[in-house]
Design a protein around this ligand. Sequence first.
Ligand SMILES: [Ca+2]
Length: 321
Amino acid sequence: MAINIFNLSILQADEEEGSFDDWIAHIKQLAKEKGISDETLSVSFENIERIERVIELDRKQPEFTLTLNEYLNNTVTKGRMNKGKKFYDEHNNLLKIISNEFKVQPRFILALWGIETSFGKFTGSFNVIKSLSTLSHDLRRRDFFTDELINALTIVDQGHINSDKMMGSWAGAMGQNQFMPSSFLNYATDFNKDNKKDIWNTQSDVFASTANYLSSSGWNYEQTWGREVKVIKEIDPEFVTTSAKSIEINKKIPEWINLGVVNLDGTKLPEVNIDAYLVYPEGDDGRKFLVYENFKTIMKWNRSLFFGISVGKLSDMIEYY
Ligand SMILES: [Ca+2]
């Protein structure tokens, strides 16, 4: 999924939810004003209902309690590596063409596909119009989910998918690369030229959409994501990135070498003059990573250091192990 939506905000005391039916009437009016057709609205809201399970899932966020190692054990598995390699073979020609066109290495397209949906296996079982209607009615992040609901209706209106086939996660992340509707509108790509951007069932559209997201977000084809490192000298804590927010303190790799950063096996880092960030996702005592600009691009997809590291690690395993 392309964003974190886990900021528990305090609800305004004077705000009230109002009835779900009134809310949907309001959404329809809003969508109409945005130019969405009556037909799309009547079909999309034909069987509309509030899904309580969506609210339940919104209120509990299991990822928070995992350590990095637990997180990686769940996301970067041998099974995923093997599947990634198998799909790399199977789709080799297509991946080469897309990789060349968008300037993104295939292993990152595969890794995101693997992490997001286990290579298209688990794409979510919620109707996106229903889950976004539920979340936009709820007060916790009403504005955000209202925008995404209007975006979802726009996608239906453009004819890319029927509303009853528009499936995704409880939070509205859709298809094999779990794009939120806003990401879909910005980055989804009709690679097989059938006039539908289909991230649910068309493999070339899925790969090209992921590649387009990365390349439009600043991907550098000449570089990789980063690496796990050791730090053998005392280092100024000011230089260290410990949360997704502060990933701004960059130095060139040769400077990091002087500051005592080495490969995990103790060998010297390559003396390449590129920007890098020293990341301690779990503080001083945890694992340490030196990451490059592409890591920041992966974090535009999902602003979590754990997520970025898992994508990077899986991409390495698919290509090199
Ligand atoms: Ca297509």
